[in-house]
Design a protein around this ligand. Sequence first.
Ligand SMILES: Cc1ncc(C[n+]2csc(CCOP(=O)(O)OP(=O)(O)O)c2C)c(N)n1
Ligand SMILES: [Mg+2]
Length: 545
Amino acid sequence: MKGATAVAEILKREGVEFLIGYPVNPIIEAAAQAGIRTIIVRQERTGLHMADAVSRVSSGRRIGVFAMQHGPGSENAFGGVAQAYGESVPIVVLPAGYPRRLTNIPPYFNAFLNYRHITKWCEQVTCADAIPDALRRAFTQVRNGRPRPAVVEIPTDVFPEEVPEPLAYRPTFTTRTGPDPQAVTEVARVLVEAKRPVVYAGQGVHYARAWQSLHALAELLEAPVATSLGGKSAFPEDHPLSLGSGGRSVPKTVHHFLQNADVIFGIGCSFATSNFAVAMPKNKVIVHATLDPADLNKTVPADYALIGDAELTLEALVAEVKNRLGGGPRGRQEEVVREIKSVKAEWMAQWLPKLTSDAVPLSPYRVLWDLMHTVDRANTIITHDAGSPRDQLSPFWECVAPLTYLGWGKTTQLGYGLGLMMGAKLAAPEKLCVNVWGDAAIGMTGMDFETAVRERIPILSVLLNNFSMAMELPVMKVATEKYRSTDISGNYADMARAFGGYGERVTQPGQIIPAIQRGIRKTQEGVPALLEFLTAKEIEFSLFK
Ligand SMILES: Cc1ncc(C[n+]2csc(CCOP(=O)(O)OP(=O)(O)O)c2C)c(N)n1
Ligand SMILES: [Mg+2]
């Protein structure tokens, strides 16, 4: 069989149901022939964001795959792969490459050379009979260890070559590594002896599907739980021990309990320094449990460490902690919960006026508050975008079930949220998938709302249009005054309708909930909906220095 046919057959054996791509790449045609649904986007970046979400919402059990053209396609896709690398998402990316006789000559873009720093695996296939080996390596890498993208570049003149038959390809598997038992004993002692432990859960808990064990450990220790943005929804945020999620803007509970902790137990997190992660306070005992030793002692020095899969780590800790406690909790919870409630009440009293504001232009906080009280949160997947919408959404959106929020911010491309929700909807069609973004974000990827319509991916897009890059107002004062450099314009409800979707512009507070209900109904009818709320240039956030 031809090289492209072999790739498609291998994708099938790996359980790939969708090939997201942008022509020209012969894998697209071969995939369609093999019965894999091909989805064509308007630009490569959005396609990668979609593949990314397919992997994320399945905890990496289904792998998102993207294919694109050599040269321009490969060049244009770079941002999407970089985002997946930054956010630790396992995807397989299949760029075509220039013919072999040109592959190493300028100015021809060579994915093998250029993608090396944003992938965990990157290779170029130089003859067709090496295709099965290359794909086995790529899928093994994305299914094991630290999740990150793998790239296999296939030169255009390799595709028509023959791959020997029968195709000997067995699907790859996942295996896990567990923590050092001696370290588990030590960490269990530290956690049990701690007076004010705080659990800080990251995205690793989602990949390991370690939600139950996280719950069990928190309840045994009677310890409050915060998550990172990537870890948001790993612990139910309506649980009495929940502090909410970190990010740039955070609930006061997260700040208060981290500041006053004696021991911080990071599980499945990188502790990476980021504008969109809480900075860990100094002089705390840090326990760092993570899959990848490359994150250990990177930015936050650890006092104790556990290297391994989050589920195996938490299972081992739960058993050991239970042992030390003589079977169950010590009766601290009531006091901890009282403190959480009191800090939360104080914080909410400060923010409720904005969250319930009747102002026109609308308060973005009011829009998001009404959204949260209208959707069925357990059956909704939501994501923010870069810009103010992230900092307005993440502290106040209370997740009640795992993987109902896709949080991000290690790198932070405007426009990422649309593709994420399109991929989420493909992987979880029964869920309401909502992306919340601003008018600068929609400028980056908005054309792909047409893809949502054309490919029948009925997402709900919530646009907070303040006719501005409001986030940049404080740092572009002169440019704004002299040249209006932060102003933007557009009628995006009209745009959505022009693309064949449902579009509605909302200006009055009383119309927020009815509009959301109409939008949801449209998605249930299979039509993507874009609700454009005209909002104030709100740049007050729940920040704690
Ligand atoms: C690709 C990319 N370029 C630049 C930025 C920097 N950036 C972050 S937010 C922002 C403006 C956001 O404006 P908008 O989406 O309208 O949200 P607002 O703050 O107005 O609510 C910019 C330019 C980015 N995150 N991504
Ligand atoms: Mg804006």
